[in-house]
Design a protein around this ligand. Structure first.
Ligand code: ADP
Ligand code: MG
Length: 345
């Protein structure tokens, strides 16, 4: 199921709209993550797609069909919202059966068919043994699996997930996201997954839409967002980066008074801001910098280097064995992402 979103705007009273001309084209079968700071419009976007909220302007087409005026129940969309908890007074079985039982009489499966389908879904989410339990008798991770089974009961071809693993601890989240991605692939559905956790988005999504203040700042594959951010916001938002004020002249960014060699920059002359990933800031023995900290993450050695008044995150050059605190070093920028300062923030 493809999803085409064009010029989507939603205002709540005066002030900045929650959605401000959102454009997004999701392919059928794609797993897309919506990533952005709190308040950037992620939940509002999912609610509009689900038909739980009405936009002020713009269009949503699902499989080519404009869904304006189509009620939520008729959209064939499954959703799991963080706040959309399971019904406490219903067993796991009844929770999953719910979406089928509330169907209009003509479309409602018979009781035996409902039971068979619920059991298949509980197998699918790998908690078949829980059907008689109540939500408070199962773990948080199990509840999220059951919530997903409930969303899948109506056999949606589009799944909307709003921070479904938000309340769970890190290891359970990791297990569930891998499992979710496998489930998505097996079912051949289209998934939109809201998260504010960039590692989670990078780990599961085919493409990530970065939302900022109600707009899509960039929509691309994870590696492209990281390597070719469209603007300073995306560059600073995703991954770690040293932010270095600079001045561009004749296609080169200069970092004076810091003792760093100029780097190529394809922006107009004037004040600018360079983002340099720690891996692209190479430290070599001897020079004007001082190693203030060295930290091994199991694979790579990370250095904190003081250069003038600035503390920078850097990586030792290949062959520099065991740099230590208080060692002197020089820094070289291997690559930088440079944006004009007025557009940067
Ligand atoms: P996110 O999910 O990215 O954190 P939301 O979509 O929840 O962001 O909110 C986007 C903006 O819209 C926020 O400024 C929020 O306060 C506002 N907003 C969301 N829902 C409502 C509402 N029902 N009434 C008023 N303002 C709202
Ligand atoms: Mg939200």
């Amino acid at each position: 199921m493809s999803v085409e979103i064009a010029g989507l705007t939603r205002r709540f009273g005066a002030g900045r709209p929650a959605l401000h001309g959102v454009e997004l084209l999701v392919r059928g079968g794609e797993f897309v993550a919506l990533l952005g700071p709190s308040g950037s419009g992620k939940t509002t976007l999912l609610r509009v797609l689900a038909g739980l909220d009405v936009p002020d302007a713009g269009q949503v087409r699902i499989d080519g069909r404009d869904v304006a005026g189509v009620p939520a129940r008729a959209r064939g969309i499954g959703f799991v919202f963080q706040s959309y908890a399971l019904f406490r007074h219903m067993t796991v079985f009844e929770n999953v059966a719910f979406g089928l039982r509330v169907r209009p009489r003509g479309a409602r499966p018979r009781e035996a068919e409902i039971a068979a389908r619920v059991r298949r879904l509980l197998e699918l989410v790998q908690v078949p043994e829980l059907e008689r339990r109540y939500p408070e008798q199962i773990s948080g991770g199990q509840r999220q699996r059951v919530a997903l089974a409930r969303a899948l009961a109506i056999e949606p071809r589009l799944l909307l997930l709003d921070e479904p693993f938000g309340a769970l601890d890190a290891q359970v989240r990791k297990d569930l996201r891998i499992w979710l991605r496998g489930l998505h692939d097996r079912l051949g559905i289209t998934t939109l997954f809201v998260t504010h956790d960039q590692d989670e988005a990078m780990a599961v999504a085919d493409r990530i839409a970065i939302l900022r203040e109600g707009r899509v700042a960039q929509f691309d594959e994870p590696a492209a967002l990281f390597d070719r951010p469209a603007d300073a916001f995306v560059a600073g938002f995703l991954g770690e980066a040293n932010r270095l004020p600079c001045r561009v002249a004749g296609g080169l960014a200069h970092f004076a008074p810091l003792p760093l060699a100029p780097v190529p920059a394809a922006v107009a002359d004037g004040p600018a801001l360079a983002f340099v990933r720690p891996a692209a800031l190479v430290a070599t023995p001897g020079g004007e910098g001082v190693v203030r900290g060295a930290r091994h993450d199991g694979r790579v050695l990370h250095l904190s280097v003081q250069l003038g008044d600035t503390l920078l995150e850097a990586t030792p050059a290949p062959g520099w064995e065991g740099p230590r605190r208080d060692d002197r070093c020089g820094l070289r920028i291997a690559s930088a992402l440079v944006f004009p300062a007025d557009a940067a923030d």
